[in-house]
Design a protein around this ligand. Sequence first.
Ligand SMILES: Cc1ncc(COP(=O)(O)O)c(C=O)c1O
Length: 432
Amino acid sequence: MSDLHTRISPHCIEKVLKTALSQGWLREEDTAAIFYDLTFLKYRISQLVSAFPDTTLHGLAIKANPLLRIMKKVHSMAPNIGVETASIGEVNLALKTGHPAHHIVYDSPVKTHFELKYAIAAGVHINIDNLTELARIAHLVADQTTQSTFGIRINPQVGVGMILESSVAGEYSKFGVPMKSRRSELESAFYTYPWLTGVHLHVGSQGCSLQLLTDGIGVLYDFVIEVNKKREMKGFPPVSVFDIGGGLPVSYRHDQQAPSMEEYVSAIRNRAPNLLTKFRLITEFGRWVYTNAGWTVSRVEYVKHDPGINTAMIHVGADLFVRECLNPRDWRHEYSAFNPDGKLKTGIDAIPYNLAGPLCFSGDILAKKVNLPLVKEGDYLVIHDSGSYTFSMWSRYNSRQTPRIIGYLNDGKQFEILKERETLEELYNFWR
Ligand SMILES: Cc1ncc(COP(=O)(O)O)c(C=O)c1O
């Protein structure tokens, strides 16, 4: 069985890869493929759902993994699974995959008039990014009846995590309304608009400690408690929707510990005692749900030997692993090598490997100086824990075909195609 609690081990992958190869799920043209362990994914969803009250809406971040077949599957796993969307395109994906509007959370820092009208007509929950957007919405709701509910994104300004580029709760952030310098405008917004019944924050993605995440929640919680006293005096409904965003980190390596969802919820309970019972919570997890459920496999096309370094030339690089190639210090995976039949290779070659992608720039290197067993042409290289922020960030540079994406259950007892490898014709049509 997969280790459902943490990560999928190389031995579990060996079993699945061998079966997939022997049954023809990886064909000659499938130079690379992405696999999702759907049993593992189901377990993650059940952990998420059981950690929070049943009234919580879990808006899974589409940006982490927009595969429609997966979205449909997770949607059916629990009645309170919705989606967090970062663009009108994602709102449309969510509506088309059957998510009811009230299970769709629309976040984006650049929503146009047209997009706001569309979202309000659809009746999705909208997290307003800034005070100008708030003024636009005030006009729209004055002459449009809607089922939409509205929150405002607040930057709690509690600091940055270990990865600067994915931290959004520092003193400055391009997202949301900063709590310290705009507190009075925020208060007056809540005392002006009775329909403004929600708050939203997102502290960052990966690299944020439980302390930082709950500090952010605490700042908004204290604020809402204050605001609700005055709203009650004015006869306004209370602020009752509290969107805590995503950002729970995961483990990418055996030496990297990640907190559990239960630990996070208990830290929230300590900091904001009534949050779980008195508010309608929204969560927006992406990485925590998908990362450890997915792995990528590439055939090793060539191995180059240079003094002191080998280079394994593989079929995915900065097209699938944008962050890893551009910011390798912060984004590192573990790798395993398998022979052409899918048998796990063991031992360590005396010379380390650079893992080079197929793209036409020298920075297209997934990882440098990786210790691996002896790797040969025709072997397979697996990039572990690559189920989120990989395919969703696919780059069209060099016009390579997107890989086949395969789901499996129970360690490979059942397989299914989640997305077919792109054909040359489809690729041609993209550029037309
Ligand atoms: C507003 C918002 N919500 C949720 C997420 C998902 O974060 P994660 O995948 O780390 O849970 C992000 C990611 O950056 C985000 O920007």
